[in-house]
Design a protein around this ligand. Sequence first.
Ligand code: ADP
Ligand code: MG
Length: 362
Amino acid sequence: MAKVTLKDIAHSYTGYSENPDDYALKSLDLTWRDGGAYALLGPSGCGKTTLLNIISGLLIPTKGQVLFNDQDVTRLPTEHRNIAQIFQFPVIYDTMTVFENLAFPLKNRGRTKTEIEPRVIEIARMLGLETNLYTKAQHLTADAKQKISLGRGLIRQSVNAILFDEPLTVIDPQLKWELRSQLKYLHKQFGFTMIYVTHDQTEALTFADEVIVMYEGEIVQVGTPEALFERPEHTFVGYFIGSPGMNIAPCNIQGDKAIIDGHEIALTRDYHAIPAGAKIEMGIRPEYLRLNPPGGAGLPVSIKKVDDIGRYKIVRVGLNTREFNVVVPELSGMTGDKASLAFDIEHTNIYVNDHLFSGEQQ
Ligand code: ADP
Ligand code: MG
């Protein structure tokens, strides 16, 4: 297993260019710890597969270096990198049995039958394939075929890293849950360096110790699931993580107050260092807003819509031209469509040109 370092990596599919818009990956610096469980999370087209392919050697980056344990492998072919990569769709041999498919990566590297057999059985059992070991892959369902793909990726114990590129796309939702927790268990047991690519926040947050959020070819935050929720460093992270995502509203800062559509919200930090002319926004998660009865603490809002989703309600409120989502356990003590919207100031973030602006302690 290895520590993987990306040094100032950029990639343009049309070759070297002076124009940043030509780059699918803009400029990435990142170290993946030996034995870490990472998720790479971002919307379709943000560069996740490009990044994985640079790590595995399917692509040579336009700029920068890839290091495995401090050894430069940027130009080393895939087969010499000792990486297992699992793709979105099954990559297996249809005419081979499940056993033969799983055994293949080991057989290929000259392992003996006595080494191969117990390992194949162990992996098959873990993935729930043990009853089909001697069935030809072509007779199996799409789910089972993708399990074989996963198994082929997991079978070698000496790989530098295992890369998963949205591997559960074709898997049935119920099974998805099961497989994800098995992967996590496997990580704990064997300590592989794992990088798991997904556009699904639930998958990322349940699998990984650390999540790398990408947006338009750049890394916008690296953090624990908790940090991404509590302190989004970029408006995109706020919006993309959480359900519903963070409320983001344009505002002005005057002294120690934020002004949204003519309404004042008192802040606890000092923001005088914000450069003139910058785009300023306030971000607050729906979980950190409260609704009080009309006339109570907070700003006067009208209730536009209430979605009851079981354990809690999502209330959409209007403050002049702005709308906010509020998560509340109950809509108690409220009649009519008026309410007061109260902000938890400790969880009210100010963003300058989309980046979190911490301000100074007053
Ligand atoms: P993701 O995996 O996050 O969906 P990709 O890494 O596949 O994103 O793509 C990032 C960007 O690079 C996209 O704009 C995509 O259109 C472009 N791209 C991907 N593969 C190629 C290719 N082989 N040739 C040209 N452009 C590509
Ligand atoms: Mg992709």
